[in-house]
Design a protein around this ligand. Structure first.
Ligand SMILES: *[C@@H]1O[C@H](CO)[C@@H](O)[C@H](O)[C@H]1NC(C)=O
Ligand SMILES: *[C@@H]1O[C@H](CO)[C@@H](O)[C@H](O)[C@H]1NC(C)=O
Ligand SMILES: *[C@@H]1O[C@H](CO)[C@@H](O)[C@H](O)[C@H]1NC(C)=O
Ligand SMILES: *[C@@H]1O[C@H](CO)[C@@H](O)[C@H](O)[C@H]1NC(C)=O
Length: 730
């Protein structure tokens, strides 16, 4: 009856200050946390971090053992835990020792030992179990449970605290197998009135110590306070110390675990973003980890050539990179071929699967994983879908340095709340929005986020691929799409999928409405992917035109400014030559109203190549603002009767005689380079006897069309000159 002696000693606390100091509060040094973890999962690391944060003393049982206790997917189980606890308790002789026994993979501490022990004492029992709303695993035992006036009635074995001698008593007659239910064992003791009394067990009915999340999701909210975060039970108005994502609440504990105890707070921002990094700085090139980059082309996608340009620009030694390219689209074969022709030899290795091989997307992903799994040098697999616009050249380095088994950079779509991750899942496994989703997308919360779904781009450690994720059926599911099936498997293996939004990394393209019937289909993307279109086709100094007046006036009321990139000029010329139906240059022209052209040129109209809507959008977005700036008070709707590419050639049509344009104003953009592509050329305004005889590629001339600006096209004497002209009215 030693337990009684201790109790008596505490009643006379003033005489026994050592055993029960400060009016009987338990010294923190008496507390020992025991937990079972056979593997060092991400969940276990999260648990340890929170324990360390509060200075808990932890002993981990079962390390390196194979887990035989079942899991929440196949209940019941947990006997292994009881066996390990029982043998650990045998070594503990100190009668005052208080043991907290908790699970670890899905448990987080939200406060420290002092508060835990205080609440334990306030429970006035020698053993306190966490409580549950739901009874499990044997519902027939319901009636045997003592009634409670308020709070939860059933026992949860995932967390309990008690004096070592009492716990020993509880385990005395355990001889169960590892696969038996720990919960059932403890429940049977609890519902037995004698045992309950002699061991002195109670339940933490109102979640003052333990919050089990199963059946209690509505009760729990995050509480931010003075640089720390904890969970608040709003039903009982309590602040539980230990949060347990038991049963099917792994997503919720992951969500809470993004904050509790201090991972992200309003005061500090992200506190874990610089923890446990793997620094690459100072490494020799040959010391960089080998990465297999898996590139997946699974639908016709705009800007594929840009994708490969960005890949080349990644700041990472190419001789430490291997490429796995899966291309399902014959449309993109020339793009892939061109890239490989010039750059294959720079990489450590390249494997290409083309459309002719008829390999399905899921198989291709497995083959890509295998390329890393089977190469003992491979340390990471970096999966990138071709519709990713990887703007940040440091992305791969940053992700490696974050040192997580699975990490994705947040990718957005301009102007939308769309990203490549989901913050939550609906009951049927599809998209749901987490409470913090918008804040994360908009950068109000910046950090590392453990989320249930990630797509398009992610980095995985090879050892995860070789162990937890070694199965070839990662993408298979009876009900879910392959990407969702994959995420679900990753989650169920206990691998956390982190998303980082600490830096900006890039965007994801829209692949909708992508036509493949032109030579340079990207030119048509001004509606669907306006940001990428602008980056590709609008001159880098165009923005200065409006801001800093980066604009020249070579002749009176003639404005000259940069608008197209070299690529835009090249694509426009090539598109027209590809189309090839140049007009004959005669006065009869049935492409226009009336069928008669007074000042004919050799040209192709935008509507002949189906580009008039796009051209109008270009005029509206990029030319109209300049017009309004230079001709104040004049507002254009950028409507045009004619827009066309003109070809001047000495042996075809070298020049154009003086004329007025049928426009309010005219835009004339030079598409190639004088001195290189042709000699001669230019434009002369007769009234002012003023010539622009060295046109600049990509620069637009803008001038009034009628009355004042009577002009001529000066002769091209060598080579071929191209310009694109439009008559805007009004
Ligand atoms: C944990 O211990 C360290 C020193 O051992 C101390 O600086 C820190 O404040 C303690 N943390 C808490 C939450 O008590
Ligand atoms: C349980 O233990 C507490 C002190 O830890 C004591 O006050 C109480 O009387 C005990 N209850 C029973 C039924 O023994
Ligand atoms: C843009 O302007 C800067 C400075 O005015 C110049 O150095 C640069 O070459 C220009 N860019 C292009 C593409 O012409
Ligand atoms: C037009 O300008 C050129 C030089 O730019 C000059 O030689 C010529 O005389 C001028 N003609 C008239 C009519 O002013």
């Amino acid at each position: 009856m030693r337990g009684v002696l201790v109790v008596l000693a505490c009643l006379f606390a003033s005489f026994s200050p050592l055993a029960c100091n400060q009016q009987g509060s338990i010294p923190e040094g008496d507390l020992l946390v025991l937990t079972v973890a056979t593997q060092e999962t991400d969940g276990f690391r999260r648990f340890l971090r929170s324990a360390k944060h509060f200075n808990y003393t932890i002993k981990v049982l079962g390390r390196g053992e194979t887990w035989k206790g079942g899991d929440y997917m196949s209940p019941p189980g947990g006997g292994q835990k009881v066996r390990l606890l029982k043998s650990a308790l045998e070594d503990i002789q100190d009668e005052n020792r208080v043991i907290l026994f908790v699970d670890s993979y899905d448990v987080i501490f939200s406060s420290g030992p002092r508060e835990l022990l205080k609440k334990f004492q306030q429970a006035k029992h020698r053993v306190v179990f966490s409580a549950e709303t739901l009874i499990w695993p044997d519902r027939h035992l319901e009636d045997k449970h003592p009634h409670v006036r308020e709070g939860k009635r059933f026992l949860g074995a995932g967390g309990f605290i008690g004096y070592a001698p009492n716990l020993k008593k509880m385990l005395l007659d355990w001889s169960g197998a590892d696969s038996e239910s720990d919960q059932l064992h403890f429940t049977k003791i609890y519902i037995n009135p004698e045992k309950r009394k002699s061991i002195n067990i109670t339940l933490d009915n109102k979640c003052r110590l333990f919050q089990n999340l199963h059946g209690a999701l509505d009760e729990v909210v995050l509480k931010f306070e003075d640089g720390r975060v904890r969970a608040r039970n709003v039903l009982y108005d309590t602040l539980p110390v230990i949060i347990h994502g038991n049963g099917p609440t792994k997503l919720q504990i992951n969500y809470l675990g993004n904050y509790i105890p201090n991972l992200w707070t309003f005061e500090t921002g992200c506190t874990i973003c610089n923890e446990n990094l793997r620094s690459l700085s100072g490494l020799q090139e040959s010391e960089y980890p080998v990465v297999v980059i898996g590139i997946f082309i699974q639908q016709p996608t705009p800007f594929v050539t840009v994708f490969f340009e960005r890949l080349l620009n990644l700041k990472y030694p190419k001789n430490r990179l291997q490429l796995f390219i899966y291309n399902q689209e014959s449309h993109h074969e020339p793009h892939v071929r061109t890239f490989l022709e010039y750059h294959e030899s720079e990489y450590q290795g390249v494997k290409l699967i083309g459309p002719e091989e008829g390999i399905d997307p899921v198989t291709s992903r497995n083959i890509g994983f295998d390329m890393c799994r089977d190469n003992i040098d491979c340390e990471y697999f970096f999966s990138v879908d071709v519709d990713v616009v990887l703007k940040n050249e440091d992305t791969l380095r940053i992700l490696i340095e974050l040192n997580k088994p699975f990490i994705a950079p947040m990718m957005t779509k301009p102007g939308l709340l769309w990203t490549n991750f989901w913050g939550a899942l609906s009951a049927d496994g599809y998209y749901a929005r987490s409470e913090d989703y918008v804040d994360i997308v908009q950068g109000h919360r910046v950090g590392l986020w453990n989320v249930p779904y990630v797509s398009h781009i992610f980095l995985m450690k090879a050892d995860v691929l070789r162990t937890d994720l070694k199965d070839p059926d990662l993408f298979e599911s009876a009900t879910l799409d392959p990407d969702m099936a994959f995420c679900s498997k990753v989650r169920n293996k206990g691998v956390f999928m982190f998303v980082t939004n600490v830096h900006t990394y890039g965007r994801v393209l829209s692949t909708e409405n992508y036509q493949t019937n032109h030579l340079h289909n990207d030119l048509w993307q001004v509606f669907e992917n306006p940001v990428e279109w602008e980056e590709r086709y609008i001159h880098e100094n165009y923005s200065k035109v409006l801001k800093d007046g980066f604009i020249e006036t070579p002749c009176p009321d003639v404005y000259w400014f940069p608008v197209f990139t070299d690529v835009a000029c090249k694509h426009l010329i090539e598109e027209m030559e590809h189309f090839g139906q140049w007009s004959g240059g005669g006065n009869t022209d049935n492409r226009i109203q009336g069928g008669y052209e007074n000042v004919p040129t050799i040209d192709i109209h935008m509507n002949q190549v189906g580009y008039e809507k796009e051209w109008h959008k270009f005029l509206l977005d990029y030319v109209a603002p300049v017009t309004e700036k230079m001709y104040p008070g004049y507002y254009t709707r950028a409507q045009f009767d004619l827009a066309f590419v003109v070809r001047y050639k000495p042996d075809e049509q070298p020049a154009l005689r003086p004329h007025h344009d049928a426009s309010t104003f005219t835009i004339n953009i030079a598409l190639n380079q004088v001195g290189i592509d042709y000699q001669g050329g230019g434009c002369r305004f007769l009234r002012y006897n003023c010539s622009i005889d060295a046109p600049r590629r990509g620069w637009a001339l803008m001038h009034p069309g009628r009355l004042t600006h009577y002009h001529e096209g000066l002769p091209t004497v060598e080579g071929v000159r191209y310009i694109v002209v439009s008559f805007v009215d009004p």
